[in-house]
Design a protein around this ligand. Structure first.
Ligand code: ZN
Length: 325
Protein backbone atom coordinates (compact mmCIF):
# COMPACT_ATOMS: atom_id res chain seq x y z
CA UNK A 1 0.00 0.00 0.00
CA UNK A 2 2.73 2.36 1.08
CA UNK A 3 4.73 1.47 -1.99
CA UNK A 4 1.81 2.14 -4.35
CA UNK A 5 1.27 5.49 -2.63
CA UNK A 6 4.87 6.65 -2.92
CA UNK A 7 5.03 5.33 -6.45
CA UNK A 8 2.01 7.38 -7.52
CA UNK A 9 3.39 10.48 -5.80
CA UNK A 10 6.76 10.11 -7.55
CA UNK A 11 5.03 9.56 -10.87
CA UNK A 12 2.91 12.63 -10.33
CA UNK A 13 5.93 14.81 -9.52
CA UNK A 14 7.79 13.62 -12.61
CA UNK A 15 4.69 14.11 -14.75
CA UNK A 16 4.29 17.68 -13.54
CA UNK A 17 7.93 18.40 -14.30
CA UNK A 18 7.52 16.84 -17.72
CA UNK A 19 4.37 18.84 -18.47
CA UNK A 20 6.10 22.04 -17.47
CA UNK A 21 8.47 21.55 -20.36
CA UNK A 22 5.63 20.83 -22.75
CA UNK A 23 3.11 23.40 -21.72
CA UNK A 24 4.11 25.87 -24.44
CA UNK A 25 3.65 23.28 -27.15
CA UNK A 26 0.30 22.13 -25.84
CA UNK A 27 -1.50 25.36 -25.18
CA UNK A 28 -3.73 27.04 -27.75
CA UNK A 29 -3.85 24.24 -30.26
CA UNK A 30 -7.44 23.23 -29.73
CA UNK A 31 -6.39 19.72 -28.76
CA UNK A 32 -9.27 17.40 -27.97
CA UNK A 33 -9.61 15.48 -24.73
CA UNK A 34 -8.77 12.23 -26.50
CA UNK A 35 -5.50 13.65 -27.81
CA UNK A 36 -4.53 15.00 -24.41
CA UNK A 37 -5.43 11.72 -22.73
CA UNK A 38 -3.23 9.85 -25.18
CA UNK A 39 -0.41 12.27 -24.55
CA UNK A 40 -0.72 11.87 -20.76
CA UNK A 41 -0.88 8.13 -21.03
CA UNK A 42 2.31 7.81 -23.05
CA UNK A 43 4.21 10.34 -20.97
CA UNK A 44 3.14 8.48 -17.82
CA UNK A 45 4.37 5.21 -19.28
CA UNK A 46 7.77 6.68 -20.13
CA UNK A 47 8.11 8.09 -16.63
CA UNK A 48 7.47 4.79 -14.83
CA UNK A 49 11.13 3.61 -14.99
CA UNK A 50 12.19 6.90 -13.38
CA UNK A 51 9.61 6.79 -10.60
CA UNK A 52 10.08 3.11 -9.74
CA UNK A 53 13.55 3.19 -8.05
CA UNK A 54 12.74 6.42 -6.29
CA UNK A 55 9.50 4.95 -4.97
CA UNK A 56 11.32 1.79 -3.79
CA UNK A 57 13.90 3.90 -1.99
CA UNK A 58 11.35 6.13 -0.33
CA UNK A 59 8.98 3.33 0.62
CA UNK A 60 11.76 1.23 2.22
CA UNK A 61 13.16 4.24 4.07
CA UNK A 62 9.73 4.95 5.52
CA UNK A 63 9.01 1.29 6.32
CA UNK A 64 12.31 0.61 8.03
CA UNK A 65 12.15 3.94 9.79
CA UNK A 66 8.78 2.90 11.21
CA UNK A 67 10.11 -0.53 12.14
CA UNK A 68 13.05 1.04 13.95
CA UNK A 69 10.93 3.62 15.65
CA UNK A 70 8.46 1.09 17.02
CA UNK A 71 11.21 -1.43 17.91
CA UNK A 72 9.34 -3.97 15.77
CA UNK A 73 12.46 -5.54 14.27
CA UNK A 74 13.88 -5.88 17.74
CA UNK A 75 10.65 -7.47 18.96
CA UNK A 76 10.66 -9.95 16.06
CA UNK A 77 14.27 -10.93 16.70
CA UNK A 78 13.62 -11.20 20.41
CA UNK A 79 10.80 -13.67 19.82
CA UNK A 80 13.27 -15.94 18.05
CA UNK A 81 12.37 -15.40 14.39
CA UNK A 82 15.45 -15.25 12.19
CA UNK A 83 16.11 -12.14 10.11
CA UNK A 84 15.94 -14.19 6.92
CA UNK A 85 12.44 -15.30 7.81
CA UNK A 86 11.43 -11.72 8.65
CA UNK A 87 12.74 -10.55 5.32
CA UNK A 88 11.15 -13.33 3.26
CA UNK A 89 7.94 -11.48 2.25
CA UNK A 90 10.04 -8.48 1.29
CA UNK A 91 12.28 -10.66 -0.89
CA UNK A 92 9.25 -12.04 -2.69
CA UNK A 93 7.96 -8.55 -3.32
CA UNK A 94 11.36 -7.33 -4.50
CA UNK A 95 11.60 -10.35 -6.80
CA UNK A 96 8.19 -9.63 -8.29
CA UNK A 97 9.06 -5.96 -8.64
CA UNK A 98 12.28 -6.81 -10.46
CA UNK A 99 10.52 -9.05 -12.92
CA UNK A 100 7.81 -6.48 -13.65
CA UNK A 101 10.41 -3.78 -13.88
CA UNK A 102 12.47 -5.83 -16.32
CA UNK A 103 9.43 -6.55 -18.47
CA UNK A 104 8.48 -2.90 -18.38
CA UNK A 105 11.93 -1.62 -19.33
CA UNK A 106 12.28 -4.21 -22.04
CA UNK A 107 8.89 -4.13 -23.73
CA UNK A 108 6.52 -1.37 -22.72
CA UNK A 109 8.89 1.51 -22.15
CA UNK A 110 10.70 1.55 -25.53
CA UNK A 111 7.36 1.25 -27.25
CA UNK A 112 5.91 4.14 -25.26
CA UNK A 113 8.99 6.26 -25.89
CA UNK A 114 8.67 5.68 -29.61
CA UNK A 115 4.99 6.55 -29.56
CA UNK A 116 5.58 9.65 -27.48
CA UNK A 117 8.37 10.76 -29.80
CA UNK A 118 6.26 10.71 -32.94
CA UNK A 119 3.30 12.06 -31.05
CA UNK A 120 5.31 14.96 -29.63
CA UNK A 121 6.63 15.80 -33.08
CA UNK A 122 3.16 15.99 -34.57
CA UNK A 123 2.01 18.09 -31.60
CA UNK A 124 4.84 20.54 -32.14
CA UNK A 125 4.05 20.82 -35.82
CA UNK A 126 0.36 21.34 -35.28
CA UNK A 127 -0.17 25.02 -35.77
CA UNK A 128 -2.14 26.94 -33.17
CA UNK A 129 -5.74 26.65 -34.13
CA UNK A 130 -8.23 29.40 -33.61
CA UNK A 131 -11.36 27.69 -32.55
CA UNK A 132 -13.90 30.07 -33.98
CA UNK A 133 -17.13 29.72 -32.05
CA UNK A 134 -20.31 29.39 -34.03
CA UNK A 135 -22.54 32.41 -33.99
CA UNK A 136 -19.75 34.90 -33.23
CA UNK A 137 -21.07 38.27 -34.07
CA UNK A 138 -19.54 41.49 -35.32
CA UNK A 139 -21.43 44.70 -35.92
CA UNK A 140 -18.84 47.33 -36.69
CA UNK A 141 -19.16 47.28 -40.47
CA UNK A 142 -21.20 50.38 -41.25
CA UNK A 143 -24.78 49.32 -41.89
CA UNK A 144 -24.06 45.61 -41.76
CA UNK A 145 -23.70 42.88 -39.17
CA UNK A 146 -21.42 39.96 -39.73
CA UNK A 147 -21.96 36.59 -38.17
CA UNK A 148 -19.76 33.52 -38.30
CA UNK A 149 -22.49 31.04 -38.70
CA UNK A 150 -21.71 27.43 -39.22
CA UNK A 151 -18.58 25.40 -39.18
CA UNK A 152 -18.79 22.03 -40.80
CA UNK A 153 -17.48 19.67 -38.14
CA UNK A 154 -16.10 17.27 -40.72
CA UNK A 155 -14.49 19.58 -43.24
CA UNK A 156 -13.80 22.54 -40.98
CA UNK A 157 -15.42 24.75 -43.59
CA UNK A 158 -16.81 28.00 -42.28
CA UNK A 159 -19.81 29.87 -43.65
CA UNK A 160 -20.56 33.49 -42.94
CA UNK A 161 -23.74 35.53 -42.91
CA UNK A 162 -23.75 39.25 -43.58
CA UNK A 163 -26.97 40.99 -42.70
CA UNK A 164 -28.53 44.36 -42.36
CA UNK A 165 -31.51 45.60 -40.40
CA UNK A 166 -34.20 43.72 -38.49
CA UNK A 167 -37.39 42.15 -39.78
CA UNK A 168 -40.62 40.59 -38.63
CA UNK A 169 -41.10 36.87 -38.71
CA UNK A 170 -43.37 36.81 -41.73
CA UNK A 171 -41.84 39.70 -43.55
CA UNK A 172 -40.25 38.68 -46.84
CA UNK A 173 -36.70 40.01 -46.98
CA UNK A 174 -33.99 40.14 -49.58
CA UNK A 175 -31.71 37.12 -49.39
CA UNK A 176 -28.67 36.24 -51.40
CA UNK A 177 -27.04 32.85 -50.94
CA UNK A 178 -23.67 33.46 -52.48
CA UNK A 179 -21.06 30.81 -53.16
CA UNK A 180 -17.54 32.04 -52.57
CA UNK A 181 -15.42 32.83 -55.58
CA UNK A 182 -11.86 33.87 -54.82
CA UNK A 183 -11.14 34.87 -58.39
CA UNK A 184 -14.34 36.84 -58.89
CA UNK A 185 -15.23 38.18 -55.41
CA UNK A 186 -11.76 39.13 -54.29
CA UNK A 187 -9.60 39.58 -57.37
CA UNK A 188 -12.38 40.92 -59.54
CA UNK A 189 -11.86 38.41 -62.33
CA UNK A 190 -14.06 39.06 -65.33
CA UNK A 191 -14.35 35.40 -66.22
CA UNK A 192 -17.45 35.09 -64.09
CA UNK A 193 -20.04 37.43 -62.67
CA UNK A 194 -19.72 36.41 -59.00
CA UNK A 195 -18.05 39.55 -57.70
CA UNK A 196 -20.46 41.77 -59.58
CA UNK A 197 -23.44 39.79 -58.29
CA UNK A 198 -22.20 39.94 -54.71
CA UNK A 199 -21.70 43.67 -54.78
CA UNK A 200 -24.96 44.25 -56.55
CA UNK A 201 -26.72 42.20 -53.87
CA UNK A 202 -25.05 44.31 -51.17
CA UNK A 203 -26.19 47.48 -52.91
CA UNK A 204 -29.75 46.20 -53.22
CA UNK A 205 -29.88 45.19 -49.54
CA UNK A 206 -28.42 48.56 -48.63
CA UNK A 207 -31.18 50.29 -50.59
CA UNK A 208 -33.93 48.10 -49.09
CA UNK A 209 -32.54 48.72 -45.60
CA UNK A 210 -32.64 45.04 -44.67
CA UNK A 211 -31.54 41.72 -45.99
CA UNK A 212 -29.14 38.83 -45.66
CA UNK A 213 -26.16 37.56 -47.62
CA UNK A 214 -25.12 34.05 -46.73
CA UNK A 215 -21.59 33.63 -47.95
CA UNK A 216 -21.11 29.96 -48.58
CA UNK A 217 -17.60 28.64 -48.51
CA UNK A 218 -17.97 26.55 -51.63
CA UNK A 219 -15.62 27.60 -54.35
CA UNK A 220 -16.34 27.00 -58.03
CA UNK A 221 -19.85 25.60 -57.57
CA UNK A 222 -18.50 23.34 -54.86
CA UNK A 223 -15.53 21.78 -56.66
CA UNK A 224 -12.82 23.83 -54.94
CA UNK A 225 -10.38 26.46 -56.14
CA UNK A 226 -7.82 24.05 -57.59
CA UNK A 227 -10.43 22.26 -59.66
CA UNK A 228 -11.97 25.53 -60.71
CA UNK A 229 -8.65 26.67 -62.11
CA UNK A 230 -8.32 23.31 -63.86
CA UNK A 231 -11.80 23.84 -65.28
CA UNK A 232 -10.77 27.29 -66.50
CA UNK A 233 -7.87 25.67 -68.30
CA UNK A 234 -10.27 23.25 -69.97
CA UNK A 235 -12.48 26.14 -70.94
CA UNK A 236 -9.52 27.71 -72.73
CA UNK A 237 -9.41 24.53 -74.76
CA UNK A 238 -13.03 24.90 -75.81
CA UNK A 239 -15.10 23.18 -73.13
CA UNK A 240 -17.93 25.17 -71.64
CA UNK A 241 -18.31 25.53 -67.86
CA UNK A 242 -20.68 22.57 -67.57
CA UNK A 243 -18.62 20.19 -69.72
CA UNK A 244 -15.42 21.24 -67.96
CA UNK A 245 -16.85 20.20 -64.60
CA UNK A 246 -18.11 16.91 -65.98
CA UNK A 247 -14.74 16.32 -67.63
CA UNK A 248 -13.07 16.73 -64.21
CA UNK A 249 -15.41 14.15 -62.74
CA UNK A 250 -17.87 16.44 -60.99
CA UNK A 251 -21.52 17.22 -61.37
CA UNK A 252 -22.17 20.52 -63.14
CA UNK A 253 -23.17 21.87 -59.73
CA UNK A 254 -21.79 20.27 -56.58
CA UNK A 255 -23.10 22.86 -54.18
CA UNK A 256 -25.09 21.89 -51.14
CA UNK A 257 -27.64 24.46 -50.10
CA UNK A 258 -28.78 22.62 -47.00
CA UNK A 259 -26.34 24.45 -44.74
CA UNK A 260 -27.33 27.76 -46.28
CA UNK A 261 -30.96 27.02 -45.53
CA UNK A 262 -30.16 26.07 -41.93
CA UNK A 263 -28.23 29.31 -41.48
CA UNK A 264 -31.16 31.33 -42.81
CA UNK A 265 -33.53 29.59 -40.43
CA UNK A 266 -31.23 30.25 -37.49
CA UNK A 267 -31.04 33.94 -38.32
CA UNK A 268 -34.82 34.00 -38.29
CA UNK A 269 -35.57 34.21 -41.99
CA UNK A 270 -38.80 32.51 -43.02
CA UNK A 271 -39.96 34.27 -46.13
CA UNK A 272 -37.57 35.65 -48.63
CA UNK A 273 -37.14 37.53 -51.79
CA UNK A 274 -34.36 35.44 -53.21
CA UNK A 275 -31.78 37.25 -55.27
CA UNK A 276 -30.83 34.72 -57.89
CA UNK A 277 -30.99 33.80 -61.55
CA UNK A 278 -30.57 30.15 -60.73
CA UNK A 279 -33.78 28.09 -60.56
CA UNK A 280 -32.03 25.04 -59.05
CA UNK A 281 -31.08 27.13 -56.05
CA UNK A 282 -34.74 27.87 -55.37
CA UNK A 283 -35.78 24.23 -55.31
CA UNK A 284 -32.85 23.42 -53.03
CA UNK A 285 -33.87 26.03 -50.47
CA UNK A 286 -37.59 25.28 -50.56
CA UNK A 287 -36.87 21.73 -49.46
CA UNK A 288 -35.80 23.16 -46.08
CA UNK A 289 -39.09 24.85 -45.35
CA UNK A 290 -38.10 28.34 -46.39
CA UNK A 291 -40.68 30.17 -48.41
CA UNK A 292 -39.56 32.04 -51.46
CA UNK A 293 -42.09 34.80 -52.01
CA UNK A 294 -40.39 36.42 -54.90
CA UNK A 295 -37.47 35.82 -57.20
CA UNK A 296 -35.40 38.95 -57.59
CA UNK A 297 -33.14 38.72 -60.58
CA UNK A 298 -29.63 39.93 -60.07
CA UNK A 299 -28.42 40.27 -63.60
CA UNK A 300 -25.10 41.72 -64.49
CA UNK A 301 -24.07 43.07 -67.83
CA UNK A 302 -21.98 40.53 -69.70
CA UNK A 303 -18.49 41.50 -70.73
CA UNK A 304 -16.36 40.04 -73.48
CA UNK A 305 -14.71 37.60 -71.04
CA UNK A 306 -17.74 36.11 -69.35
CA UNK A 307 -20.31 36.26 -72.13
CA UNK A 308 -19.85 32.64 -73.06
CA UNK A 309 -19.95 31.60 -69.40
CA UNK A 310 -23.22 33.46 -68.86
CA UNK A 311 -24.69 32.03 -72.04
CA UNK A 312 -23.84 28.52 -70.80
CA UNK A 313 -25.53 29.30 -67.50
CA UNK A 314 -28.61 30.43 -69.42
CA UNK A 315 -28.79 27.65 -71.96
CA UNK A 316 -27.44 24.64 -70.10
CA UNK A 317 -28.22 25.38 -66.45
CA UNK A 318 -31.55 27.09 -67.00
CA UNK A 319 -30.61 30.40 -65.46
CA UNK A 320 -33.12 33.14 -66.20
CA UNK A 321 -30.89 35.66 -67.91
CA UNK A 322 -32.28 38.10 -70.41
CA UNK A 323 -29.29 39.49 -72.22
CA UNK A 324 -29.71 39.43 -75.95
CA UNK A 325 -26.28 39.87 -77.40
ZN1 ZN B 1 -16.87 33.32 -59.86
Amino acid sequence: MLFVGTFLICLFIFLMQFLWRWVDDLVGKGLGMDVLAKFFWYSTLTLVPLSMPLAVLLASLITFGNFGERFELLAMKASGISLVKVMRPLMVIVGLLSITSFYFQNVISPNAQKELGTFALSLKQKSPELDIPEGAFYNDIPGYNLRIQKKNKVTGVLHVALFKGTWDEDEPILVRVHSSCVTGDIFGSKRCDCGEQLHKAMEMIDKAGKGVIVYMNQEGRGIGLMNKIAAYKLQEEGYDTVDANIHLGFDPDERDYGVGAQILREIGVHKMKLMTNNPVKRVGLEAYGLKIMENVSIETTPNEYNERYLRTKKVRMGHTLHFTK
